[in-house]
Ligand binder design. Structure first.
Ligand code: AMP
Ligand code: MG
Length: 484
């Protein structure tokens, strides 16, 4: 790989130079050929599964890689922890992809670091496969996300509630700068390092801000807010529940990162939460926008000294931008649902119809993905139209009436709806079944079949129908666990 590392140029307070702990018997379980292409991995390496397993387990450190574990803090479920950091991950370095974009290459499950806090630094094969499948699905759905290049089994056991096979996942992200990274340095009152981190972030993600001089830090807030709004609206378009929206899991680039107890909502209900540790429903589906705003406010607190040396003035500057968040989000959200309903342009008066339809889904426990897929298909099928009309009743007629006011043909409306309504999502029960198969057989055949379908989420392939069914029990007892 062609490494070109910049994070290591920051002060060493931001990381520990540390190597992955070698594993006994690494074997490649999952590989992502199109991402490998994008990263311009050499043919020689690509064709050698043994070398791939060595490289992406951390047993062999590739030339140019300078492994580090990064430091960060974070609010976990609302409680501040001043030092978290990569306790089981190693950032191997950065590479420039085919289009010149800088990407982090990180191993997760690659052994302990100074940030492990008693943890073993390892990852079980289940959570590794889960991250691979979920991030690949999200990427294909068009949601900004980190991706996975490989899952390598280690040949070593990891000890959780039971003994599980261990694995290492290679994660590729446009950076691992988190709100928690800023909190880490702000908590140390190190003005110079804080400024260096902000300048680094601007250079890497928002270089256009450099021209704004002293206003660039307020500009940074604005950009991060815009990306978070887009991201959460996209999550809500496809029914994604992140599960642990702690500030350390919130990326400055606006990508989905840290796939832990994430899940997909089946039946539409904003209160849906599956994570076993989220007993209060803090990170429930419908809370995600509010939490994003809460997290952004934590970022703003860190940036105050850079925005203005006078704290009160800094608050006056940044306060209004944060206060605008709910309205900005609502606009993005309404436009998004509008497109799911085939509205070529959202108008304020559409809100009532949108809320009525969503409310009907909730009252009747209707599946989110299935319903929008059926609505999409109903435009070209009278039989389906009458079925959906039975479910939505008067709102179906109001929707049809609203569509008839547009100039677009049914075919055009259907095309628009199809772009925003997937035919298949990584449903929880299928993800679990595939993970179990990987654990039990040590083979990824079922995962590969599933991935093939998930990579075309807006298209019905011959195999797609195998994965479209909502769970028999409506995911009533479904629980996800933190990937530790
Ligand atoms: P996560 O829930 O993956 O976002 O992790 C939260 C924090 O716990 C991070 O600092 C992780 O590095 C750390 N952590 C999670 N699992 C382990 C583990 N098995 N060993 C060491 N650190 C861990
Ligand atoms: Mg995390």
């Amino acid at each position: 790989m062609n490494f070109s590392n910049t994070y290591v140029c920051l002060d060493e307070v931001f990381y520990e130079k540390t190597r992955p702990t070698p594993v006994q018997a690494p074997q490649l379980l999952l590989w992502n050929p199109s991402l490998a292409e994008q990263l311009m991995i050499s043919n020689e390496l690509k064709q050698d599964p043994v070398a791939l397993a060595q490289a992406f387990s951390g047993n062999h450190i590739m030339p140019g890689s300078e492994p580090i574990a990064t430091a960060y803090a974070g609010h976990q479920f609302g409680h501040f922890v001043p030092q978290l950091g990569d306790g089981r991950a190693h950032l191997l370095g950065e590479v420039l992809d085919q289009s010149g974009q800088r990407l982090d290459i990180q191993l997760k499950g690659s052994g302990p670091t100074i940030y492990s806090r008693g943890g073993d630094g390892r990852c079980a094969v289940g959570p590794a496969v889960r991250e691979f499948i979920m991030s690949e699905a999200m990427n294909a759905l068009g949601v900004p996300t980190s991706r996975c290049l490989a899952v390598v089994t280690t040949g070593e056991p990891v000890f959780r509630e039971s003994i599980l096979p261990g694995a290492i996942v290679t994660r590729v992200a446009s950076s691992h700068l988190r709100i928690g990274t800023f909190q880490f340095i702000a908590a140390r009152d190190d003005h110079q390092a804080l400024k260096a981190l902000c300048d680094y972030t601007i250079e890497r993600h928002y270089p256009e801000l450099k021209e704004d001089g002293p206003n660039q830090y307020i500009g940074l807030m604005d950009k991060v807010i815009a990306r978070q709004i887009q991201l959460i609206a996209e999550w809500m378009r496809v029914g994604f529940i992140h599960g642990v929206m702690n500030t350390d899991n919130t990326s400055l680039s606006g990508e989905t990162i840290d796939y832990g107890p994430c899940a997909m909502m089946g039946k539409y209900d904003p209160r849906t939460v599956y994570s076993s540790i989220d007993t209060m429903g803090r990170y429930a589906f419908g809370n995600q926008p509010e939490i994003a705003q809460w997290n952004i406010t934590r970022l703003a607190e860190c940036l105050l000294p850079l925005i203005n040396a006078d704290t009160n003035k800094a608050i006056d500057q940044v306060g209004p931008i944060i206060a605008e968040f709910p309205d900005r989000f609502k606009q993005a959200y309404m436009e998004m649902i509008g497109k799911k309903l085939g509205l070529t342009s959202f108008q304020q008066k559409d809100q009532k119809l949108i809320f009525s339809i969503l409310n009907r889904l909730k009252e009747r426990s209707m599946d989110y993905t299935v319903t929008f897929d059926r609505l999409t298909k109903s435009l070209m099928s009278e039989a389906l139209a009458s079925e959906v009309k039975n479910e939505l009743e008067e709102y179906f007629d109001l929707w049809q009436k609203r569509l008839s006011e547009q100039r677009a043909s049914p075919r055009e409306v259907q095309d628009l709806m199809r772009q925003h309504n997937p035919v298949v999502i990584p449903r929880n029960h299928h993800v679990e079944a595939v993970i179990q198969a990987c654990e039990q057989t040590g083979k990824a055949t079922l995962a590969e079949n599933f991935l093939q379908v998930l990579r075309s989420p807006y298209e019905e392939l011959p195999e797609t129908s195998l994965y479209q069914d909502p769970p028999d029990d409506g995911d009533e007892d479904y629980q996800t666990f933190c990937g530790t």
